[in-house]
Design a protein around this ligand. Structure first.
Ligand code: ZN
Ligand code: ZN
Length: 356
C-alpha cells in the first residue's frame, strides 16, 4: 500500500485533508516542493503547486495525484474541488498551520467545517517505516558511517572544529547525500560538556571531542554521535567513556518489539546514576528518525506509559554524561526494529575509545 492509500483509509467519507507542511507533502506524494498543498479525499488526491514545479511533479509524484497549477489563488481552487466533490469537512495539519492561514481557511472555505487532526494521523503513519523508507535511512547511515571513517584521517593538530564539521558535510555530499540531516555538532574540550554545542572557529582542544552528525538521503535522515579523545585519555576519562558505552549497550541489548520506551531510558539512566554520575545525563535516551530528524517515538522518562517499541520504528540510542565546565561524552547509534521484532543496528562505526 502506498503512503497515500494508508492515509486515505483513515479519512471518513465526506472528509478531506489539506496538507501544508513540506515533510508531509513529501511523505504522501514522494515529491519535494516548496510552494503549494496536497488536497486528499478518500477517493481522490490533488497536488496544487505553481508552474515552476508542475513538470517535475508530474514526473516524480505518486501518479495517483492529479497535478494542478491554479491560475488564481490556491485556496480558491481548493474550495472549488471541495464543492465539486461534496466534501463536508476539511482536516488541516494542526502543528503546521499558522493562525493567519487558519483565518484564511475559515474565510475562503465556508462550505466545509475546518478543523485540525491531519498531523496526528500522519504522525501515526510515519512512525512505522516501510521497506522503502528503511532502505533510504540505511543508505543515509552508511554514508554517515563512511564520513566518520574519513574524518578520523583528517583530524590532526591545528584543525579547527569548523573544519571538521565542514569536511563531514562535504564528504557526505560527495557520497550522494542531499545534505546534512541537521546542523553538525563538533565540539572539543570544555565545549564537549554542551550536548548541543556549535562548532567554533577554534583549534581542537585536548580531551573529549564529540561529533554528532548525519546525512540526508532520499529525503530521510541519519543520526550518529561518536566521541573521540584528542591526545591521551586519563583514567577518569576512560571510566566516563566506558560508563556511557555500557549504558548504551544495556539499552541496545534490551531493545526489542514490545519493550517500553520509558523502561529503556530508565535502564540506561540507572546505569549512569549508579556509576556515580547522577544527574549528568540531562537529556532523553533517544528519538525517532525519519523525514524529520526528531520524530515519534521518544525514548524518554516522560514517554507515555503504554508506548512500546514496535516493528517499523527507527530510533536513536544516545546516552551521554556531561560534567559542567569540564567535559562530556555521548555515543549514539541508529537502530531499526525489524518485522520479527529484533533490533537491527544501522550504525556500524566502532565504539572503541579512539585517541588521536
Ligand atoms: Zn545525533
Ligand atoms: Zn539524535
Amino acid at each position: 500500500m502506498t503512503h497515500l492509500q494508508r492515509f486515505q483509509k483513515r479519512l471518513d467519507g465526506g472528509c478531506a485533508a489539506l496538507i501544508s507542511s513540506a515533510q508531509n507533502r513529501f511523505y504522501l506524494s514522494g515529491f519535494h516542493f516548496d510552494d503549494g498543498y496536497l488536497l486528499v479525499l478518500p477517493d481522490a488526491a490533488f497536488l496544487l503547486t505553481d508552474f515552476r514545479y508542475e513538470e517535475a511533479a508530474e514526473k516524480t509524484a505518486d501518479p495517483a495525484f492529479t497535478v494542478l497549477s491554479p491560475k488564481g489563488a490556491m485556496l480558491g481552487a481548493v474550495a472549488e474541488i471541495l464543492a465539486e466533490r461534496g466534501a463536508k469537512s476539511l482536516l488541516f495539519e494542526e502543528n503546521d498551520v499558522t493562525f493567519a492561514l487558519y483565518r484564511r481557511l475559515q474565510e475562503k472555505l465556508t462550505a466545509v467545517s475546518v478543523t485540525g487532526g491531519a498531523a496526528a494521523i500522519l504522525s501515526e503513519l510515519r512512525v512505522l517505516k516501510d521497506a522503502g523508507e528503511l532502505a533510504a535511512i540505511r543508505r543515509a547511515q552508511e554514508i554517515t558511517d563512511a564520513a566518520f571513517s574519513h574524518i578520523l584521517g583528517v583530524i590532526r593538530p591545528g584543525v579547527r572544529e569548523l573544519d571538521v564539521a565542514l569536511e563531514l558535510e562535504f564528504f557526505m555530499r560527495r557520497m550522494g547525500a542531499e545534505g546534512a540531516a541537521f546542523d553538525t555538532i563538533a565540539v572539543s574540550g570544555t565545549a564537549s560538556a554542551l550536548p548541543h554545542g556549535v562548532p567554533r572557529d577554534r583549534v581542537l582542544e585536548k580531551g573529549f571531542f564529540t561529533m554528532d552528525f548525519g546525512a540526508r538521503f532520499g529525503g530521510y535522515c541519519a543520526d550518529m554521535t561518536r566521541t573521540v579523545v584528542i591526545g591521551r585519555a586519563d583514567e577518569e576519562m576512560k571510566r566516563l567513556y566506558h560508563t556511557v558505552l555500557a549504558a548504551q549497550e544495556t539499552a541496545l541489548s534490551r531493545a526489542a518489539a514490545g519493550v517500553s520506551c520509558r523502561a529503556l531510558d530508565l535502564a540506561a539512566r540507572e546505569l549512569i546514576d549508579g556509576a556515580g554520575y547522577e544527574g549528568c545525563f540531562g537529556h532523553s535516551l533517544g528519538h525517532g528518525v525519519g523525514i524529520d530528524i526528531h520524530e515519534a517515538p521518544r525514548l524518554s522518562r516522560t514517554a507515555p506509559e503504554d508506548a512500546v517499541l514496535t516493528p517499523g520504528h527507527v530510533v536513536t540510542v544516545e546516552p551521554g554524561i556531561y560534567l559542567k565546565g569540564k567535559y562530556g561524552c555521548r555515543i549514539e547509534d541508529l537502530i531499526a526494529i525489524t518485522p520479527d521484532g529484533r533490533v537491527e543496528n544501522l550504525t556500524k562505526s566502532t565504539k572503541e575509545l579512539i585517541e588521536l
